[in-house]
Design a protein around this ligand. Structure first.
Ligand SMILES: *Cc1c(COP(=O)(O)O)cnc(C)c1O
Length: 420
């Protein structure tokens, strides 16, 4: 499908007048509409809940907005827990899905009354040491082998560090029940950025069957199945996109086949989506600084890989629109780059685009999740601002850009003085 930016050149200019590029811009209307569609797709399940994966877009304004739409937070670290807490999201509104967990982080999760999702059976000892065992405990599953849909291998759980085996889960549940746990959840994350409607239903059917087996083996009371993240988005215009209603119906189908006959029809479905909730509703807005012609044509932006590392890291495609030239012919071929001293700092390689001039404003699409949050400071590049485009068309700076002084703030400056 043709990718259309959610802002016009005129709107971009209005924002840039106050907030210089580069910045990440988020579309409140899109985020809310999408969150509502997810909720509607799973409305058949009484306890359904989305726990937004905080690592995707760790900004309290985003968390608050999603909380208003009924979403909780999925956190993995102490700092992410603090973010949720700052927004007033605590207790069972928080899922703590961590791994290689420091004691301090686990303590904080327990103190907040979060659901804790144990990455390994040895974490039972860890929990026991930290105080009373929570009433409800979630366990992360790793089925091993490969995870396939039809003839396509999606991922290799046997190579993944996460989760535990079925036997280990049964053992952990038995011990946890002896220690006072009364209810259980099951979690697994087996493939990332899937763009087929079959991923969630297939994952669900594996987890539903597992829940039935574990219930029979241990007598445990299962309260929720956490399908985690993994629903993807169409980064490329020609890619198919997921249909959340079809996905919800697919999961329902398996639920009715497997859970209902097993007397588990009241178990809740949880999700921990990150990318699906935010990616399409973010743009990296940037200005063209330079243009050069050597063996190829280069467009140099004021944004660089520190603002958006996915192309450099995964070779990921992000669509680019030149504002005001949305309908122009794509008769030029450019490498679109940032200014890091790293040749992989390219947002696009040999991409067909309209003729570009210095000063043009470009939008890099689908940067709402796992983009600003993966930012870094290589070459002394400073983390960019984040801006929320409100439903009424107004905008709000929800994170200012870093300054050089922010970059120096953690140094021991007893011997040195920095001047801005
Ligand atoms: C990263 C992550 C998610 C979110 O993944 P998406 O691909 O953004 O949907 C959910 N749960 C856990 C445990 C994760 O690590």
């Amino acid at each position: 499908m043709k990718k259309t930016p959610f802002i016009t050149l005129e709107k971009a200019r209005e924002i840039i007048h106050q907030i210089p590029t580069p910045f990440h811009l988020y579309d409140e209307a899109g985020i809310r509409a999408n969150a509502r569609a997810l909720k509607a797709a799973f409305a058949w399940n009484k306890g359904f809940r989305e726990y937004f994966a905080v690592k995707a877009t760790p900004n309290p304004y985003i968390l608050k907005l999603l909380h208003e739409e009924g979403c909780g937070c999925d956190c993995a670290t102490y700092t992410e827990l603090l973010l949720a807490e700052a927004v007033g999201i605590t207790g069972h509104d928080v899922m703590f899905s961590s791994n290689v967990t420091p004691e301090k982080d686990m303590r904080k999760a327990l103190e907040m009354g979060a659901y804790v999702n144990l990455d390994d059976a040895t974490y039972v000892d860890f929990l026991e040491k930290l105080g009373p065992i929570p009433e409800t405990v979630c366990l992360r599953y790793n089925p091993g082998g490969s995870f396939s849909l039809g003839n396509t291998i999606m991922d290799m759980p046997r190579d993944a560090k996460y989760g535990m085996t079925e036997d280990q889960m049964a053992g952990a549940i038995n011990r946890l029940m002896k220690l006072g746990a009364r209810h259980f959840g099951i979690h697994a994350f087996l493939a990332s950025n899937t763009t087929t409607n079959e991923y969630y239903p297939e994952l669900a059917s594996q987890l539903f069957r597992l829940a039935v087996r574990l219930k029979n083996a241990t007598g445990a009371d299962f309260r929720f199945i956490n399908l985690s993240g993994g629903i993807g988005v169409d980064y490329r215009p020609e890619q198919p996109s997921c249909n959340i209603q079809v996905i919800g119906d697919g999961v329902r189908n398996r639920f009715e086949q497997i859970m209902v006959p097993a007397g588990m029809g009241d178990v809740a479905i949880f999700t921990e989506l990150g990318r699906y909730m935010l990616a399409p509703y973010g743009h990296l807005v940037s200005t063209v600084l330079h243009q050069k012609h050597i063996y190829r044509e280069y467009i140099g932006l004021d944004a660089c890989a520190t603002d958006l590392i996915r192309p450099a890291m995964y070779g990921a495609y992000h669509h680019i629109t030149v504002l005001g030239k949305e309908d122009a012919i794509l008769d030029h071929v450019y490498d679109v780059t940032g200014g890091l001293c790293e040749n992989n700092d390219k947002f696009a390689i040999e991409r067909s685009l309209p003729a570009i001039e210095r000063g043009d404003i470009v939008v890099i699409h689908d940067t709402g999740a796992h983009c600003h949050s993966m930012g870094y400071n290589y070459n002394g590049k400073l983390r960019s601002a984040e801006v929320l485009l409100r439903e009424d068309g107004s905008f709000k700076l929800i994170r200012r850009a870093e300054t050089p002084m922010d970059y120096f703030a953690t140094l021991d400056c007893t011997e040195f003085t920095f001047h801005n």
